[in-house]
Each structure stands twice: as structure tokens, then as C-alpha cells.
Design a protein around this ligand. Sequence first.
Ligand SMILES: [Mn+2]
Length: 397
Amino acid sequence: MRLLHTSDWHLGRTLHGVNLHEAQSAVLEHICELVEDPRDGVPVDAVLIAGDVYDRGVPPVESVRLFESTLRRLAESTTVIVTSGNHDSAIRLGYGAGLFRENIQMITDLSRLDLPVLLEGSDGVRAAIYGIPYLDPDHARVALARGEVLPRSHQAVMGAACQRIRDDLAGRAGVRSVVLAHAFVAGAEPSDSERSIAVGGVDRVTAAVFHGIDYAALGHLHGPQAPECAARSLVCYSGSPLRYSFSEQAHTKVVLLVDVPEAGPVTAMPVPIAQPRPMATLRGAVDVLMQDPTMIMHEESWVRITVTDRARPDSLMDRLTSRFPHVLQVFHEPEGAIDRGRGGTTVVSERDPRELGSDFIAYVTKTEPSGGEMEVFAAGYEAAEIAERLGESEGAA
Ligand SMILES: [Mn+2]
């Protein structure tokens, strides 16, 4: 059985103000082509999209259109299984789940997580494919409890979800098992473009929660990787198909072609996805940046530039854009200046609000925030996030 695993499309996302709709359209076109015309002739039995289809709960109209046309096109030739991520509104993404044809499976409702999609590959291999929507511990610890409410942690709720899946699997002989999940597995590498899902300060689950499952198709982290796992399970992140932050400038973005044999280990083969532009981080005095011949290779890239001149150079932005028209961020850090502390006064959307809050407290009070202050700030932030999500899911507005 051949599966195509992808995640974290983040349709509607911008990159420091640059609209990525065209780049996202090109990526989805590429994915459709991989399905319609597989390079090695092996048909793709299902496309798995492990959460964060959209960048936010209420995505732009052009993103909704792009997702619909992609779904329709993929469903012409394969089965598509989609779960919701922490950026998606589960209810909005799941609209139509009960209406779509058999080969479009939108799994955004916790009550469905142990009801698998039963698939038979073109090679006769059978698999039970389970989708775990993003589990918000505050909600899932009640929804997934058998009796007592579960501890308030990702580990507890993901563990309970996987246990339900293993219970269901126990009654199914001769099928391979695949799980889609949206989680931060310990040992894996984050980047700057994931929104924190920490609850009570902890965001991770151990890879061992997936034991007994042949393949865990993960979403959430934007770099492709296969964290260490319990024996005989393969746990992989496909990563996002586009770079969504400078911290990803060295990533090779991919989708994974996953082969599930009748018996024996599952394998995942990365297929590189072309990026609209390279990315680079440059640093130096402005005259050097403007004249250095080795910088030619970055002239068409998306760049972030740190200028190190003692005084901020005149018409800095104009000068830089004349050589680097796709410059997205400019910082000024005079060489030899005293360190003003982590991050300086730069506020970028990728930074964890708790970290920003800590900087703010330090800035206002001129002292490091105490543990107690940070706890109050983190609790307030989490409460605001929960309130926002509830407002969204209940359609209060
Ligand atoms: Mn994501």
C-alpha cells in the first residue's frame, strides 16, 4: 500500500507580509501531479493530511477555494484523509464531513478517532487508518476520559487516544495500522513557525504513545523528521511543504511516500518540493553587504539582514532593497554595542507570547521576571487562548 503523507499546509499564511497563495497553489499542484502521475508507477492509495490545513480558524476565501479544488482533484484518483491541527477550527474544517463522498474523509471530531477508514491498497494490503484531530488537553481530558477526568497534559490525552485505537485494532486481524496525529513528539526539532501548544508549560508527548501502531503520520512540526520511536513503529513528520520562517531556511521541504507492506516495517521516502525562492540570513556592515560579490547568490532570495554599522545608515531600506529586492526583515545591531538582552525590542509574530511577556516585564521593571510573575502571565495567556477557541467553536460571535 502506498500513502502520501503531508501536513501543515497553513493555507492563508503570509511570510513577513508576503502573500504565499501562489506558492501554496504551486505546491498543491505538485502534490496532485504526484498522485495523478506517480513517477515510479505505484498508485497512491491515499493522501494523508495531518492537520493545519489552514493557518487560522477563519481562512481567506482564496484559501478555501484552493483547498476545495485540491480535494476535488485528489478525490478523482485516490482517497483523502484529513485531520484538524491546532491552527484549524475543527468545526469549520469539518464542515461537510457527513456529506462528502466515501473517499473524502474529514476527521475533526474526537468521537471518530477510533473509527478507522478501512482501506485496501492496489496491491491487496489492508490497513486501518485512524485520524486523531488536534487534541486540546482541556477539552480532550474530559471527552476521552473513561471514568475519571484525565490529567491536564498532551501526554495523557494522546496516550488515551492511542489506547482507544489499540483497543479497536485488537479486534481486527490481518490489517496494518496507520494513525494521523497532530502533536509535538519529544526529541523532534521545532522551528519558529509553529504556534506553541504548551499546557501547563509542557508541549510534548513521548514517541512511545504510538507503540503498536505501524505508522504514525504526524503534523505540527514544520521540519521533516523521524523521531526515535518504540520498536516496530515508524513515526514521521512530513513537515510543511513550504518554508514559513527563516529558521527553516536550510530545510529541504518534502512530502513522504509511505510504503506499507503486507508484513514487516513501513518505509517513508521523501519527495522534495520546490520552493518559490531560496532564503538566507545575512549580516555585516552595509557597504560590505552592498559590494561583496559573494552576495550575488542571495539577490533573488528572501533575506533577513542584520546591519552592524555603528550608526544606523541613512536610507538603509532603500539601499538594501536596491540589491536585495526580496528583503523581508532588517535589524540594526551596532557592532560592539552592549547586549540589550534576548531579542532586543524586536517583536515578530513567531515568538512565543510568554517569552515576549517575559521580555516586557524585564523591560518595564528592569529586572528578570520572577517565577511567580511568569506563572501568572502564562496562565492568563492560556486562559485567553482557551476563551478565543471556545468563542470560535460555539460561534458566539
Ligand atoms: Mn503547523
